[in-house]
Design a protein around this ligand. Structure first.
Ligand code: PLP
Length: 342
């Protein structure tokens, strides 16, 4: 009744305050720890060399600006699922993964939350304590109830593994458990491979469904495959799971908003049905995803160029490509000189 003027002021995002405090600080040794993005030695934004090269290639090809299908760019979806699970993994080979391009990590999580809300409205989501500040926001926005499981132990400055396990055990059967695939934000503490096995045991026992957030693939160990081992361990057990991915961080594509939601199902048929439901949700939220970042990722991670070579395995090619771009000096572009010989 009060019209639009009745709308109150929204709370400011806490990270905005940190950035403002950083700008106001005059100390010459200041570092902005509030913002997770690449910077040069002079604190300027940095675009990876391999991204510049991919964009040049895309410009030369004069690619069009047609709408993408609702599920996104096929070459991107293939590349991103294979980067996550491994091209030879059973889940990919058996076509049990429903992959839909998302609006980066946040948008992919939001899509996952919408799927959960629509099909499991009574389910609870478990979040690590602490977790990335936007996780509870996203779940609140999707009207999903959540609670926390113990994670960080300030006494040991390590993982409260017993606490984590007993909280996951105590949750109602069939809950969704949000797990950081690697490089846990904000603690930086990840379970060991042995601990991941036990986490998977408990989740399986309780018929919970894991929802992985994988935003830092490559950051924890420096190797993209090793950083996917948590997700791969769950997938190899034949479990159903959801994985949100983002290329904001590991490719520095923050503003391109490129990521994906992958849902591992127990059969190809179920994967088709889940994908159809994700597409319905995406259609209503934003209709079709943006193409530019998807093409960049498909060119850097994907097999478009390399697939014709036949001389090297895809995994081998991918490792080489990623090795170059994960090194600190992104200037030599070795991967691209290899690719241009093909
Ligand atoms: N998940 C975690 C744990 C993050 O730290 C971030 C970004 O900081 C995101 C998701 C989402 O990032 P984006 O939406 O840019 O992909």
């Amino acid at each position: 009744v009060g019209g639009l003027s009745s709308i109150g002021m929204g709370a400011e995002e806490p990270s905005v305050g940190i950035s403002a405090a950083f700008r106001a600080d005059t100390h010459e040794m200041k570092l902005d720890l509030g913002l997770g993005s690449y910077r040069t030695e002079d604190l300027q934004p940095y675009v990876l060399n391999v991204v510049n090269k991919a964009e040049k290639l895309m410009l030369e090809r004069c690619e069009d600006k047609e709408y993408l299908p609702i599920e996104g760019l096929a070459a991107f979806n293939k590349a991103t699922a294979e980067l996550l699970f491994g091209a030879d993994s059973a889940v990919i080979q058996q076509q049990r993964v429903a992959t839909v391009q998302g609006i980066s990590g946040t948008g992919s999580l939001r899509l996952a939350a919408a799927l959960i809300h629509r099909h499991f409205p009574a389910s609870k989501i478990l979040l690590s304590s602490p977790t990335w500040g936007n996780h509870p926001n996203i779940l609140n926005d999707a009207r999903l109830p959540w609670s926390e499981y113990r994670y960080y132990d300030p006494e040991t400055v390590g993982l409260d593994f017993q606490g984590m396990i007993s909280d996951i055990k105590a949750a109602p059967e069939g809950s969704f458990v949000l797990l950081h695939g690697c490089a846990h934000n904000p603690t930086g503490i990840d379970p060991t491979p042995e601990q991941w096995e036990i986490i998977a045991d408990v989740i399986q026992e309780k018929k919970h469904i894991p929802l992985f957030d994988v935003v830092y693939q490559g950051y924890a160990s420096g190797r993209v495959e090793a950083d996917a081992s948590s997700v791969r361990l769950f997938a190899a057990r034949g479990m159903e799971l959801l994985v949100a991915q983002s290329y904001s961080k590991n490719m520095g594509l923050y503003a391109e908003r490129i990521g994906a939601i992958n849902v591992v199902c127990s059969s190809p048929d179920s994967a088709k049905r889940v994908k159809s439901q994700l597409k319905r949700l995406a259609r209503a939220m934003y209709s079709n995803p943006p193409v530019h970042g998807a093409r960049i990722v498909a060119n850097v991670v994907g097999i478009q160029i390399f697939s014709v070579s036949g001389k090297r395995s895809w995994e081998e090619n991918m490792r080489k490509k990623w090795y170059v771009y994960m090194t600190k000096d992104g200037k030599n572009g070795l991967n691209w000189s290899i690719s241009s010989q093909v």
